[in-house]
Ligand binder design. Structure first.
Ligand code: AHR
Length: 531
């Protein structure tokens, strides 16, 4: 292990002996993974590793933006520690300002001198005042500081087509117009770059409780007027279905598409269920909670498959008709992650939750699924970046910690822009109290540097598994890896022990006679790099 003094080593040895004598580690199991290096699939769009920052609780104010006169070290009001952590994570795309918040957000409230900005009530999240000191310019300052692209969500709920079109001109215009002059007067000469522009959010619910056909018409009207000279033009995104099981918005959008539509979104959160209201605690949960959260996470696969099939069928139909709209459109999972009960004592409207090794494994399992559908899932954003739901980073005043989910995203960085490789996986199940999941989750890709990267997770909290990997079309000569693992099912980082769960070099992989084997401890995520 890295960074360990002698005392720590002795302590670990003692803990290991105690654990070894008190907790029986059940017999090792086996799994076989075949990686088809010889038949590469689609490129994993780096936007699959996108993030979401909403005006929600301390997701922006306090967590990211503290104001230029804060004692917390900052750059133009943006926390230096959080900016550094997100830059290190190589966040490719950041979604803002919501979520439900987006459909009550008027962009003019958030431009110009901060002292003159209006304060409004955030009706969706806790009913607290939003001072609008974080607006368009501050958002682009953030994305440019962390090296990300911008995903902006327009307000269809309480806004107008003109307001959304003018926001786009304000952000991206390059001619001598009144709006561009206003942007320049507010301190930004060259245009901002908008990578994704979304027309509304969750229009089936907080975004307006619309019928699918009504929204499809609205989308067509709005998308028609989102004009910009920016090249390439922002990807235009339609708001899609609520969870993977529903398909009525996707179907209505595919059926009635008349304006440019680069992608349709889908939101799927993992909750304990079976009802939405029934959330697990983020820590201190039972083994039933452990397996149920993981089983519900894996439902993402079937939901994507269903939407992919609908999209493929629509594209075939349009292709047969010779339509110019037959091009493949993306499925953007622009809200996903675990949604647990709020932390005791926190404002329930702020959606603050701890983040454990269970969340880390759920993240790895979802990422493995996204890689499998790389040709269709071209963007995702986990909810949310800081202090909200399945966060990367938690803050408490001047303190900051990195969550286990952050570490998984860090370990999985080589997958960004890599070429997905089909995998065949033979694994046994892990079962508990009537629920079963495959013990192992896996995906593989060929990185831009030519290495093979393999993401693995052992969902079983008790049994180690030996994964034997066959590399079809490649003779492997070298393997290295990183592991994130923990003893307790709810192991997590706290402000007193911010490094309790962190990745270390993995020494459980062996290459012999071209055969690659890896011993995954219970409750672990491993990323291997193979040459
Ligand atoms: O991420 C929190 C909320 O979940 C978003 O604002 C909304 O779109 C979804 O229901």
């Amino acid at each position: 292990m890295r960074h360990m003094g002698l005392n720590s080593v002795v302590l670990v040895a003692v803990v290991f002996l105690l654990v070894a004598t008190t907790v029986p580690i059940k017999a090792e199991t086996g799994a076989t993974l075949t990686v088809h290096v010889d038949s590469p699939g689609a490129v994993i769009n780096k936007y699959v590793y996108g993030q979401f920052s909403e005006h929600l609780g301390s997701g922006v104010y306090g967590g990211v933006y503290v104001g230029a006169d804060s004692p917390i070290p900052n750059t133009r009001g943006l926390r230096n520690d959080v900016v550094a952590a997100l830059k290190e994570l190589q966040v490719p795309l950041l979604r803002w300002p919501g979520g439900c918040f987006a459909d009550e957000y008027h962009w003019r409230d958030g431009i110009g001198p901060q002292a003159r900005r209006v304060t409004r009530v955030n009706t969706n999240w806790g009913g607290v005042p939003d001072p609008n000191t974080f607006g368009t310019h501050e958002f682009f300052d953030l994305v440019e500081l962390i090296g990300a692209d911008a995903y902006v969500n327009a307000n269809m709920g309480t806004g107008t087509v003109a307001e959304a079109a003018q926001w786009l001109e304000y952000m991206t215009g390059d001619q001598d117009t009144t709006l561009v002059r206003e942007r320049r007067a507010n301190g930004r000469d060259k245009p901002f770059k908008v990578a994704v522009y979304a027309m509304g959010n969750e229009t089936w619910g907080c975004g307006g409780n619309m019928r699918p056909e009504y929204y499809a018409d609205q989308y067509n009207q709005w998308a028609t007027f989102m004009k910009t000279s920016q090249q390439p033009a922002p990807l235009l995104l339609a708001s899609g279905d609520r969870d993977g099981a529903a398909t009525d918005f996707t179907e209505a959008l595919l059926e009635n598409r008349r304006a440019r539509m680069d992608a349709i979104s889908m939101h799927y959160y993992t909750v304990l269920g079976p009802r939405w209201e029934n959330k697990d605690t983020a820590t201190g949960f039972s083994e039933k909670g452990w397996i149920t959260i993981l089983a519900n996470t894996l439902k993402m696969d079937g939901y994507i498959k269903t939407h992919d099939e609908l999209m493929t069928a629509a594209e075939k139909r349009l292709g047969a008709e010779g339509s110019a709209d037959a091009d493949k459109i993306g499925l953007y999972i622009d809200e996903w992650g675990t949604w647990h009960q709020p932390e005791p004592g926190s404002n329930p409207g702020f959606l603050v939750q701890q983040n454990t090794i269970r969340d880390a494994i759920a993240a790895a399992a979802n990422l493995n699924i996204f890689h499998k559908y790389a040709d269709r899932v071209q963007m995702t954003s986990i909810a949310q970046t800081v202090n909200v739901l399945q966060a990367m980073v938690l803050t408490d005043g001047p303190k900051m910690l990195l969550t286990p989910t952050y570490h998984v995203f860090h370990m999985y960085k080589p997958f960004q822009g890599a070429t997905s490789l089909p995998v065949g996986l033979r694994t046994g199940d892990y079962s508990y109290d009537g629920v079963s999941v495959p013990q192992v989750s896996a995906s593989a890709a060929k990185t831009l540097g030519g290495e093979i990267v393999i993401g693995l997770a052992n969902l079983d909290p008790h049994r180690m598994v030996e994964v034997t990997t066959i590399m079809e079309g490649m003779v492997a000569t070298e393997v290295t890896g990183e592991i994130l693992a923990a003893d307790a099912m709810d192991a997590h980082n706290t402000f007193d022990a911010p490094d309790a769960v962190h990745p270390v070099a993995f020494d459980g992989a062996r290459l012999a006679d071209g055969r690659l084997s890896a011993h995954l401890p219970p409750k672990s995520v491993v990323v291997l790099k193979v040459k």
